[in-house]
Design a protein around this ligand. Structure first.
Ligand SMILES: Cc1ncc(C[n+]2csc(CCOP(=O)(O)OP(=O)(O)O)c2C)c(N)n1
Ligand SMILES: CC(=O)[C@@H](O)[C@H](O)COP(=O)(O)O
Ligand SMILES: [Mg+2]
Length: 649
């Protein structure tokens, strides 16, 4: 069922959105028509996302801003760069992709973020936060070098403004004095309520009454001045601003600060955007737009998370179609395990980089509020913050998704591993993540951690093993350790104890004995390995199936034994090339275990970027499902088996 504009009490105006194919059409509209267009875009997005699921709240908060930017600026010649990009649904509706919105985040469909290969209106790909100012500055400098005159607009949220990269970019932009428009989309939300001093600062900016009235007065004056007198008016306003606030943080960084402006009010937005476009600013400008995440859709406005990420839902009630989970989520099993350890050890502390619910730390925080730290979107700081706590005897759990830990790689090596600090890395979303696609795949953590000396790297095959590995990590006080596990539901096939059992470090386990093929699995692919062994048996081949448990240190005796007693040796991991299979093949090579003709086959992700689809489809395409593992073994045995239709491995 869909909702129509008329349902929202609007009079029966002629629909506008049907006449808008791209921003050039939008710019033909009179400014007085833009509120209606915005409402139609808002409803179109609600209807589309109700069928697909995806990111909703952020997009609802930028509908007017998106319409205003495309109306004032000459996109795509003027470059519009979104930060994170999860709020880009209104942008996609207005940039020739309205008809494809129902394919968003599905295999072969639109990406849920901006992406260059998808549209000329997406000048820069996003999805990891806080990149837009850097990319915008790059575009601005390239423009100046080429003698071009287009505008560059970067839209960044208040949450994304908590990452260091944003300040690196502003610091450089201010110094270079490049003509760049940054729009701070301040909805006072990240995924969770925002944290950090910046959030409080922005609130002060918004609430400063004298500042607001004076600024409003100054803006009213400016908007009346003819362009040729802008400079004088600008200086007057700058003085007013400085007088009331001593200049904003952004001005100290070299930006001309304009705001706060109401990001939902075209009578605020349009004159400011037009002034910025026409006033001939010769340096960077920051427009502070105040918006509401979830705006215009009551279920989203009322929700604690403002419907940041939603499954399919009923548009009238807002009720999401949540299929009851068949098993606990891995993130919640982790939280259960960590709570159990923290009850026995008051040195256990935990850090998240703005992802409390996604990591399960929201549950840990309920039990131990004083031992839970949300550092904002600041993975680099978060890792070294944990290193500092580890130096002084604490047991910090740095809980960061695999893809977002990429942001803090140097900190893992330089600040943690070289100093042998016992930071525990809890790496959720390791492996295929499904709809978030290529930017969020947890593909590389085994590769990027596996090459670091003296790290313990674990991967549980199920939720019980995860609890055991958390208990094991709590005992590792002389070096860093990491536990990586996939997004979503566990198996639901094992009973969970109150507290995990400590494992012997570097020891794997054999689950099934065979003689033709050895399959050494790392992580949750173990279940499919056992099924593949059943298929091999049905074809007359017996397989030994083992669970490595540890990527580092490897169980050397187990690897040697498997190699010595089988003609075919497979490793299976839900990770990229260069991960577990490389560690095993490196050992086999150095021990001369290839010399007797051992047929070694790594089963891992293909060396390509894997786009959005369902996790099952992604695993099938990668050859990491039962059929793929079975085919790889049969091929090594000299028995070629036809691929499934979608497999690319
Ligand atoms: C480097 C990085 N860390 C974490 C995330 C996960 N994430 C996606 S959106 C978001 C919150 C962004 O807040 P804000 O920029 O204020 O945008 P809003 O959702 O409020 O519009 C976070 C933490 C990310 N995309 N990138
Ligand atoms: C946009 C973004 O980066 C986050 O919202 C991310 O999509 C969350 O991922 P999960 O849904 O796996 O928690
Ligand atoms: Mg925000």
């Amino acid at each position: 069922m869909e909702i129509r504009v008329s349902q929202f009490g609007h009079n029966r105006q002629t629909p506008l959105l049907d006449t808008i194919h791209n921003p050039a059409d939008l710019r033909k509209l009179d400014e007085s028509q833009l509120p209606q267009l915005a409402e139609e875009v808002r409803l179109d997005m609600i209807n589309a996302v109700s069928r697909t699921g995806g990111h909703l709240g952020a997009g609802l908060g930028v509908v007017e801003l998106t319409v205003a930017i495309h109306h004032v600026f000459n996109t795509p010649d003027d470059k519009l760069i979104w930060d994170v990009g999860h709020q880009c649904y209104p942008h996609k509706i207005l940039t020739e992709r309205r008809d494809e919105m129902r394919t968003i985040r599905q295999g072969g469909g639109l990406s849920g973020f901006t992406t260059r290969k998808e549209s000329i209106y997406d000048p820069f790909g996003a999805a990891h936060s806080s990149t837009s100012i850097s990319a915008g500055l790059g575009y601005a400098v390239a423009r100046d070098l080429a003698g071009k005159t287009n505008n560059v607009i970067s839209v960044i949220g208040d949450g994304s403004m908590t990452a260091g990269m944003a300040y690196e970019a502003m610091n450089n932009a201010g110094a270079m004095n490049s003509r760049l428009v940054v729009i701070l989309n301040d909805n006072d939300m990240s995924i969770a309520p925002p944290v950090g001093a910046l959030s409080a600062y922005l609130s002060r900016l918004i609430s400063a009454k004298p500042y607001q009235s004076m600024r409003h007065l100054a803006k009213e004056i400016i908007s009346k001045f003819p362009p040729r007198l802008e400079t004088a008016a600008k200086r007057a306003e700058e003085y007013a601003r400085g007088f009331f606030t001593g200049g904003t943080l952004f001005e100290e960084l070299g930006f001309f600060y304009i705001g706060p402006v109401d990001g939902h009010d075209f009578s605020h937005l349009l004159p400011v955007l037009k002034n910025v476009r026409d006033c001939g600013f010769d340096g960077p400008v920051l427009i502070h737009a105040v918006t509401q995440k979830g705006k215009g859709y009551e279920p989203a406005e009322k929700a604690a998370d403002k419907y940041h990420g939603v499954s399919k839902f009923d548009v009238v009630s807002g009720k999401q179609e949540k299929t009851p989970p068949k098993a606990p989520l891995y993130q919640n099993v982790f939280a259960k395990a960590l709570i159990a350890e923290a009850k026995h050890d008051d040195k256990v502390v935990a850090m998240t980089a703005a992802m409390p619910s996604g990591t399960g730390l929201n549950l840990f925080q309920e039990e131990f509020p004083d031992r839970t730290f949300d550092v904002g979107i600041a993975e680099q700081h978060g890792v070294t913050f944990c290193a500092g706590m580890a130096c002084d005897g604490y047991k910090p759990y740095a809980t960061i998704y695999s893809t977002f830990l990429q942001r803090a790689y140097d900190q893992v090596i330089h600040d943690v591993a070289i100093q042998s600090l016992p930071v525990r890395f809890i790496i959720d979303r390791a492996g295929m993540v499904g709809a978030d696609g290529v930017t969020h795949q947890g593909s590389y953590d085994l590769a990027y951690l596996g090459c670091i000396p003296d790290m313990v790297i674990m991967a549980p095959s199920d939720e019980l093993e995860l609890m055991n590995m958390v208990a094991t990590s709590a005992t590792i006080d002389d070096k860093p350790s990491a536990i990586r596990f996939p997004r979503g539901e566990a198996t639901g096939k094992v009973d969970l104890p109150e507290r995990g059992t400590v494992l012997e470090i570097g020891k794997g386990r054999v689950l099934r004995e065979g003689k033709h093929v050895a399959i050494l699995a790392l992580g949750t692919r173990l279940a499919d390995c056992l099924e593949a062994a059943d298929k091999l048996a049905a074809h007359g081949y017996s397989a030994t199936v083992a669970d490595a448990r540890f990527a580092k240190p490897l169980d050397v005796d187990l690897v040697k034994n498997l190699a010595a007693n089988h003609d075919v040796f497979l490793t299976v991991e839900e990770g990229s090339i260069g991960g577990f299979s490389s560690l095993v093949s490196n050992l086999l090579a150095n021990e001369g275990l290839f010399d007797n003709g051992l047929k070694f086959r790594p089963v891992c992700m293909p060396d390509i970027f894997i786009d959005h689809d369902s996790p099952a489809k992604q695993l099938e395409q990668a050859g990491l499902d039962v059929d793929g593992i079975f085919r790889k073994a049969m091929s090594a045995l000299g028995q070629e088996v036809a691929k499934s239709s979608s497999s690319i491995a």
